[in-house]
Structures are given as C-alpha cells and as structure tokens.
Design a protein around this ligand. Structure first.
Ligand code: ADP
Ligand code: MG
Length: 467
C-alpha cells in the first residue's frame, strides 16, 4: 500500500526544479535570490511536503512571507498537499532536531501553527530597549575639535523639552563615542525630565523586533508601543542595510514617529547618503534633521581623554606615558582605553611602576597593529590560505572540523589583532552570534595552552598577518 501511495504522489527532483522556476517567477529575482534560493525539497509524505532551509532565521522569514506562495505553487504540482513543513538543515549538515515549523491549510486559509500558540504582543514593551551604561554620561565625555558638533547637538537634544532637530543623526568611525553620546542623552533626559520616556536600542534589535512583529502579524502592536515614547534612539543603523522588507517597515514607522513629534536620534558609521544598501528615500529621510559627524581623534583629544580616564580610575600615570600612548594608539578611543586598562592591570599585578618602557612591552601587540590597520578580511584570507580552505568557508555554516577549526582560529586572531568587538567579528563570519566568537576565542586559547605545536602555528600565523 505504501508503495502505491508513494508512486501516486509523484513529486521528484524534476518537479522540484520546475517548482523553483515558478517560485522565482512569482516572487521576483531579488526575493528569490535572497530567500527562496536556499530552500531545498526533502520529501512528500501523505499530504505533507517538507523543505529544508540552512538557518532558523531563513525558516522564519520564509514561513512568514512566502508560505502562501509556496503552497499555491506546490499545489499546482500536487493537489493533495495540505501542509508545508520547514526544517532547518545547515548546508552540508543534518536536519537540526526540533526545528520543524509547519504551515497548514484549514478552511481555505493557511494558518501558521506557531501563530496560534500565543499572542505575545503584550510582552514586547519589556523586551524593548536596552539599559544605559552608567559610565556613558556627558560629564565623562571629553570634548575636542573632532567631536564638538556632535557633543553640542546631543546636549541640545537632551536638554530641550521639545523636539529640535529631527532626527539627530550622529555618524563616525568605530569607537569614536557615538554610543557614549546616545547614552548620555538618555541619562540627561531621565535626570532632567523624568516623565519623558527614553528608549535606546541597537538597529539590529529594532529590526529583530520588527521581524518578530511581522511573524506574529502584529505590526500595529509594534507601532503602538512607540506611542508612549518621547525620545527614541537607534544605534548603528548601518546594519539594517539590504533587508528590504524591514527597511520598508522601518521607513513607515520612522515617518509616523516624526509626524507624532517624537525625538529620534540615530547613529551610523557613515553619513546617511553613504549608507550602502539603504533605499534612497530612507537615506534622505535620515538626513533631513541635523547630521553631525565625529571626526577621527586628534592627538590633543586623545591626550585629554587619557588624562580624564586615568583620573577617573584614580591612578597616577606619568605624563610621558600618556603622551606616548596618544601618539601611538591612534585608531580609536576604545582601543586606547583598553591599553590604559591593561597597563594599569599589569602594574598592579606585577607591582612595577608604569613607564614608557613597560608600556612598550605590555602593549606590544596593540602598538604594532595600530601602525597598520589589519582587517578581518585580511585575516580570513591568510588563515584560509594557510589551511588550504576556501575563503567562503569563513562565512559558511559548515561545521565540519576541517573548516570549523580554521574559522575559529581566524575569529581568535580577529579578536586579538583588530579592535573589533565580538558582535562585529561574528557578523563578518557569516552573521554568527557573538557567543560563537567568544567560544572560539576561548577554545583557541585553551588549545594554545595544551599544545605547543598548535601554539607555534598560531604565533606563526600572527606574524604572517602582522608583517
Ligand atoms: P562608538 O559607538 O562610536 O563605536 P563608543 O561610544 O562605544 O564608540 O566609544 C568607545 C569607548 O570610547 C567608550 O568606552 C567611550 O566611553 C569612549 N569614548 C569615546 N569617545 C570619548 C570621549 N570623547 N570622551 C571620553 N570617552 C570616550
Ligand atoms: Mg557604538
């Protein structure tokens, strides 16, 4: 009986290929290449057709946005199909247990089974926004030529009790104080006008909430939660580039907020017009308030910041050392702070005084790498060459040891050579989570300790990359 049943369903690779073509036609090339291309046919059993996708994110996206189209097109090949099932199966890996999502057809309309599970819109507000860092205040911000405009504009926005320039768009390179200024705005508003509600969050989190709202078909609840907010700050909007559907929603929400006279503060690493992969009209909307850029630090500003940070920590550091650091660590403030912390930690632990000589020894790697900016891409390339794997394997979800280990090594090197943060590194490795990077760093550190040969291999790679 089973045999009969199977043969009567008659859905094979050929039909799959042709179904893919149909999907491409109905959804368009862009959507197809972004999303549906990653879909793979697995099986047709009874009335259930099963597809696999390489990631959970893709699964959710496809379920929410394309399940109807997939159903309609599939039905043309086999009318009996009533349920579409999506499982997660990383490229070259196996189906991940517990990742199935099914979409069923009932009463002529298709219900996403996860939608029924709960109506969680009431839980949005709690998850919304991120806490403010107590160190990031205006008092702790050192002002110099490179950042005076951004500082003044931020202070103005924080002190004004009505909307001034909208949005305030802060932009500048990594570690130059954008996040610091946004948090400072948050603190100031909280302190001076406690009844004004301030929300700070990363653009990624904002987008994540969007996708969630879309999934629960509940964008109105999503927008609703903005009603009570007076100041909305979104950090690092360069990360929304490319995601067309969410950009669309972002644009509308953004407009609605401006119309409701909410103060918006945005940061990015580039000016609005230079943002890649962002729709033109969104660019011009982002740039229609005040755009304030933070320039790379000058020697004077760096020295000023170091003096301030040393004072705050209550440590005595000879001026010569501070001057030395300001001269030599030029990439960004975060790196400079890191250097200072290391120096202080070293001096406290070893019990020596801080001198230019000790600084040179303790900060050897930092001083070296700040001479020349080494990029994560360079590291990936060198490591891939060294292990004879493809550079695309650095981004791929493949988990076999032969590529996973070199990838971990590249992550470790990225962390120790560049000043990139864990999330930034994760992103460059095919959008991996920061905890994955952290795990990689720990793993490699551990292996280095356990295995002399491994340790030498890594040191050799480091020298190769550094030279
Ligand atoms: P960005 O968001 O632009 O990448 P951050 O705001 O995270 O940079 O700043 C990185 C670090 O440098 C933070 O610890 C911040 O406090 C510090 N920093 C940056 N600029 C200044 C400044 N002008 N004065 C004091 N600290 C600063
Ligand atoms: Mg930041």
């Amino acid at each position: 009986r089973g045999l009969m049943e199977n043969s009567s369903y008659d859905f094979d690779e050929k039909k799959w290929a042709s179904l893919k073509k149909d999907l491409k036609k109905t959804t368009g090339d862009t959507a197809y290449n972004n999303w549906l291309k990653h879909l793979n046919y697995i099986s047709l059993e009874k009335d259930v057709i099963t597809f696999s996708v390489p990631t959970k994110f893709l699964r959710d996206w496809i379920v929410n946005n394309y399940s109807d189209k997939i159903k309609n097109e599939s039905k043309k090949y086999n009318e009996k199909i009533e349920t579409i099932k999506f499982v997660v199966k990383p490229t070259g890996g196996r189906v991940v247990p517990g990742t199935a999502r099914t979409v069923k057809s009932t009463d002529n309309h298709w219900k996403n089974t996860l939608d029924i599970r709960s109506n969680q819109s009431s839980s949005y507000p709690n998850e919304f926004g991120a806490p403010l860092d107590p160190r990031f205040t205006f008092d702790n911000f050192v002002v110099g030529k490179p950042n005076e405009l951004a500082f003044a504009a931020s202070e103005r926005v924080a002190e004004a009790n009505k909307v001034t320039f909208n949005p305030l768009f802060l932009y500048g390179g990594v570690g130059l104080g954008k996040t610091h200024l946004m948090h400072a705005i948050g603190w100031k508003v909280k302190q001076q006008q406690p009844d004004r509600k301030v929300i700070y969050l990363s653009a990624e989190k904002f987008m994540y909430q969007f996708v969630r709202a879309l999934r629960y078909k509940d964008t109105s609840a999503f927008k609703e939660q903005f009603r009570s907010i007076d100041v909305l700050m979104i950090d690092d909007v360069q990360f929304i580039s490319g995601k067309d559907n969410t950009q669309e929603e972002f644009f509308h929400t953004f407009n609605a907020l401006i119309e409701q006279n909410k103060q918006i503060v945005i940061s990015a690493d580039k000016s609005p017009s230079d943002l890649d992969g962002v729709q033109e009209r969104l660019k011009s909307r982002l740039g229609c308030g005040l755009v304030a850029d933070i320039h790379p630090t000058t020697y004077e500003l760096r020295l000023g910041i170091l003096i301030e940070k040393a004072q705050k920590r209550g440590v005595e550091i000879p001026p010569k050392v501070l001057e030395f650091l300001s001269h030599r660590i030029i990439s960004n403030v975060r790196e400079m702070e890191g250097a200072l912390n290391r120096l202080v930690a070293h001096a406290t632990l070893v019990g020596t005084s801080i001198t230019v000589e000790t600084a040179q020894v303790v900060l050897q790697d930092l001083l070296k790498s700040s001479n020349r900016k080494i990029t994560i891409e360079e590291i990936q390339k060198k490591v891939a060459e060294h292990f004879n794997i493809r550079i695309t394997d650095m981004h791929s979800p493949r988990r076999s040891r032969s590529v996973a280990r070199p990838r971990q090594i590249a992550m470790y090197l990225a962390k120790s050579i560049t000043s990139r943060s864990l999330p930034e590194i994760g992103r460059k490795f095919g959008g991996r989570d920061h905890t994955t990077v952290m795990h990689a760093v720990k793993k490699i550190e551990q292996l280095k300790l356990q295995d002399i040969n491994f340790n030498e291999d890594i040191e050799l790679l480091k020298r190769l990359i550094d030279s």
